[in-house]
Design a protein around this ligand. Structure first.
Ligand SMILES: O=C(O)CCC(=O)C(=O)O
Length: 301
């Protein structure tokens, strides 16, 4: 079982991110790679994005291209097994400071070769503020990631700074303005490494990634999790939007991956900007940024 060192915990608390090499066994990695290949192949039969797949612009049945597989932990048991494995929970418990942990969402960003889309700079917290900010994203590298294939980039210390404005023309666009004086791209750090490694970033850490201009895919599986006493704020772009109170309660319990869902909501003194007014299409971050009119920090000059 993988244990997290005190040094890594300190680094996470100080910088808002940490990178851990060789976090998975080769069997886990290979099983996840083949499940991913199967799911991508199955997307050949669809022509429009749906609740499982977000299609890239040049997707065809002969050459299926995705930006994302949505909620992979519901689509193949291996993604659920790894999520609930002691390797992952053993990292989450000390970083979140609790045994009670709930999955917020999961996604597998496939960033295809030869132009797979950028993810513009943002803070996850701008999409889904909660009553406290003990939430984070685990990003498992399913392929080797280097500077060429669009690595996740982060800026240290931003998890303790402001929530930046994520709007464009008065609409929530899921990305900061690259000209925002509070944004300093020169401080960006790329999280590169071998398949089977993982990164963890705090929910308020500023992050983004450039287009993939290499001839290799860059597939990263994200598990976004939090302390179960962090309750989502109503009105945010939530996993729980449009549900009855009864459904919300059972969904929250179903997403518990360690311990239990307490009734208590722990309130922390955290800055919150609600993601409103919503953009025309909020079905994935790619659609939010596109339809909300986000200005690209990665456009070729
Ligand atoms: O895939 C990436 O590079 C970033 C993903 C991300 O930040 C997101 O999907 O919210």
């Amino acid at each position: 079982m993988l244990m997290i060192t005190d040094e890594k915990i300190e680094q996470y608390n100080r910088d808002g991110f940490v990178f851990i090499e060789n976090a998975l066994t080769s069997t886990q990695l290979q099983s996840m790679q083949s499940a991913t290949a199967r799911l991508i192949a199955e997307s050949a039969r669809i022509t429009k994005s749906n609740d499982q797949y977000d299609l890239d612009t040049n997707h065809t049945s002969a050459n299926p291209r995705l930006t994302r597989i949505k909620l992979p932990h519901l689509l193949d048991p291996i993604f659920n097994q790894v999520l609930k494995s002691e390797q992952i929970l053993g990292l989450l418990r000390p970083l979140l400071g609790t045994d009670n942990i709930r999955l917020h969402t999961s996604k597998l960003n496939t960033k295809e070769p030869d132009g797979g889309q950028a993810v513009e700079w943002h803070q996850d917290w701008a999409f889904y503020p909660h009553t406290n900010d003990d939430l984070l994203a685990v990003g498992i590298l399913l392929e080797d990631v280097d500077e060429e294939n669009g690595p996740l980039q982060v800026i240290a210390g931003t998890h303790r700074a402001s929530v930046l404005d994520h709007s464009s023309n008065g609409v929530f666009c899921g990305a900061i303005d690259p000209a925002d004086p509070l944004f300093d791209q020169s401080k960006a750090v790329s999280l590169t490494g071998k398949a089977g490694s993982l990164s963890i970033h705090h929910v308020r850490t500023l992050h983004g990634s450039a287009p993939n201009n290499s001839d290799r895919a860059r597939k990263i599986l994200f598990y976004e999790c939090g302390a179960a006493d962090a309750w989502p704020l109503n009105g945010s772009s939530s996993t729980y939007t449009g549900m009855s109170q009864e459904t919300i309660w059972s969904e929250m319990q179903a997403r518990i991956i360690s311990g239990e869902q307490p009734k208590q909501a722990r309130l922390a003194n955290v800055p919150v900007l609600m993601p409103v007014p919503p953009p025309p299409d909020a079905t994935s971050i790619f659609k939010v940024q596109e339809s909300g009119g986000a200005v690209s920090a990665f456009a070729e000059s």
